[in-house]
Ligand binder design. Structure first.
Ligand code: ADP
Length: 162
């Protein structure tokens, strides 16, 4: 059984992330979304909020068989803990490739039993990043074309200081 881990910051999850997971779900027996905890970064949403937002985003599209959890540490270690043999990542534009390649090469040196698999981003999500969503929201723009409804609501709450 091929279990794939889809790791990321997901601060916040976008429609691009969601699309990747939905497509990965058709290829692998099980997909686990892993929200990375990086104590050196100051995220907009806490790890538990990001987990909840991803879960809510999946429920919006009627998906209940994708596990979402957080993890602090190396991605290869969460893969090993879950018995996953695939690291699922997305590729947007050229710049992603170089970054992804160096991460994948390091991961392979540390864990040769784990394969990194990339899915090409859909055209409509090519320019979509969590960073741009945070910026648009901070400036009062409409993020609903880019993120699931649960994320729109969470960003609105933040904007209103709730
Ligand atoms: P990281 O901080 O690890 O880059 P992200 O949350 O930005 O985490 O992205 C997690 C994964 O989702 C990465 O593989 C990234 O390439 C992919 N991804 C990000 N945005 C999109 C998108 N718009 N379409 C498809 N995949 C995406």
């Amino acid at each position: 059984m091929a279990i794939a881990v889809h790791p990321g910051s997901f601060d916040p999850p976008t429609k691009g992330h969601l699309d990747l997971v939905l497509r990965g779900r058709k290829i692998f027996d099980k997909v686990v979304v892993v929200v990375g905890i990086n104590s050196r970064k100051q995220p907009l949403f806490s790890a538990s909020q990001r987990v909840e937002l991803f879960r809510a985003s999946l429920l919006e599209v009627g998906v209940s068989d994708v596990e979402v959890r957080s993890w602090e540490g190396l991605t290869i270690d969460v893969c090993r803990a879950l018995g996953a043999t695939v690291l699922l990542r997305g590729l947007r534009q050229g710049g992603d490739f170089e970054v992804e390649q160096s991460i994948a090469l390091m991961n392979r040196r540390m864990a040769p039993e784990i394969e990194t698999v990339y899915l090409n981003c859909r055209e409509e999500f090519l320019g979509l990043t969590s960073t741009s969503v945070r910026e648009i929201s901070r400036m009062g723009g409409d993020v609903s074309p880019f993120v699931p409804k649960a994320v729109v609501a969470a960003l609105h709450s933040l904007q209103r200081g709730l």
